[in-house]
Design a protein around this ligand. Sequence first.
Ligand SMILES: [Zn+2]
Length: 184
Amino acid sequence: MNKMGNAWRHFCTITYHKLLVMRECFRLGLYRQGVLHDLSKYSWTEFRIGAKYYQGTRSPNNAEREAIGYSSAWLHHKGRNRHHYEYWIDYALDGESGLVGMKMPEKYVVEMFVDRIAACKVYKKDQYTNRSALEYYESGSGYEKMMHPETQKLLETLLVMLAEQGEEATYLYIRENVLKKGMH
Ligand SMILES: [Zn+2]
């Protein structure tokens, strides 16, 4: 695979994902987040690395980590995109617990939730079901322990609701019960 080909393939991958997330965000009334989601992937810092380490089957960030010992693209990305819980890791107020996950505003938890749905739809294709995102979460590496307990609880509630009741019911719940709270 030549360099230009990989730049093009990477562009298609991130744009397709962005469009899927935008559609879900719009269904939830999150227009601004839908438009801005992952925009920094088009910055030179992130795009260049994504194209250089394009894999096709897994994140280029992992390949960059293996190559140079850390992922400059990911560090740039997570510092700018509030739907990643890693963005919210900061020193605990007690001065003793060190770095912990701060409570995320609900609208970013919802964006994180639809980000996971979109990723599963791409990965699973016609094998995708309403359980896919929950299964992915449950098979997870456990990195989520860095999430604030309330943030984690909301994410889990949404994942279980999606698995058991489907998209329509879950999206209605999000619009009526999760997002309205923070809107006045
Ligand atoms: Zn992102």
